[in-house]
Design a binder for this molecule. Structure first.
Ligand SMILES: Nc1nc2c(ncn2[C@@H]2O[C@H](COP(=O)(O)OP(=O)(O)O)[C@@H](O)[C@H]2O)c(=O)[nH]1
Ligand SMILES: [Mg+2]
Length: 236
């Protein structure tokens, strides 16, 4: 999908508006990114916003301001409204207002942190579902570049990832691994969010969602292709 910031007034946004013939976005999609502190939420959002890989030396703000951009799959154009939960990880009372009217939740864990994966099911999903029981979830294993650097026992296992996904159940609409350092799958995370909404609006089961929504499984073809490049797998 193509994207541009409609408010920035920059060349890309102008080209985007021109390409869509001034078309009004079909819907604003509110996306909230949750997960343990340090798992890489802000980096993921910054990578998506800037369209380039993050650098370890880059300054990562604690708070990522709400960011709006247009995204189009050719037939529909959406305005994405991206919300970080920066700095609020330890304060549930501060977080809960953000769940109001959320359309899609991006739930992040880091592939080098088993506790961050466990907390998806122990903390994050129960909290979100307390406010929005049926909200679609896109599960994201962040920092997947570390899979090439760390030993097997320093990483969460695929079995553990699939178990958490299956425990969440039918609201998981996609399960990916991404890296804000290499940029692997970052755009895809938000493409999946938009396609979930597009399908929801057209009342058809999301294509990308079907395997994860029924029974999470590794997409063998994606995995093989990306592993060939030494990249990250897509678990949808
Ligand atoms: N290797 C690696 N490190 C990352 C990645 N994303 C974030 N980090 C690092 O993880 C730390 C926490 O990132 P941040 O985005 O602030 O996490 P947040 O607290 O969840 O928002 C920072 O030191 C980042 O440089 C990634 O994709 N790969
Ligand atoms: Mg942050």
């Amino acid at each position: 999908m193509n994207r541009a910031n409609p408010e920035s007034g920059d060349l890309e946004a102008w080209q985007c508006r021109k390409r869509y013939n001034g078309q009004t976005p079909a819907k604003e999609i509110k996306i909230v990114v949750i997960g343990d502190s340090g798992c890489g939420k802000t980096s993921l959002l910054i990578n998506y916003k800037d369209g380039k890989p993050a650098n370890h030396k880059d300054y990562i703000p604690t708070i990522f301001e709400t960011y709006n951009c247009l995204i189009s799959n050719g037939s529909s154009t959406f305005k994405l409204s991206l919300h970080d939960t920066a700095g609020q990880e330890d304060f549930e009372g501060l977080r809960t207002p953000i769940y109001s009217d959320v359309d899609v939740v991006v739930a992040c864990y880091s592939v080098d942190s088993q506790p961050s994966l466990s907390n998806i099911i122990e903390t994050w999903i129960p909290e979100v579902q307390n406010y929005q029981p049926d909200v679609p979830i896109v599960l994201v294993g962040t920092k997947c570049d570390l899979k090439n650097q760390l030993s097997h026992d320093q990483l969460v296992t695929e079995q553990e990832e699939l178990e958490i996904s299956s425990q969440i159940g039918h609201t998981v609409m996609g399960h990916l691994q991404a890296s804000a350092i290499t940029g692997e799958n970052v755009k895809k995370v938000f493409d999946v969010c938009a396609s979930v909404m597009a399908e929801k609006l057209s009342n058809v089961a999301p294509v990308a969602a079907q395997p994860a929504a029924s029974k999470p499984a590794v997409n063998k073809s994606s995995k093989t292709a990306s592993q060939d490049k030494g990249g990250c797998c897509v678990i949808v």
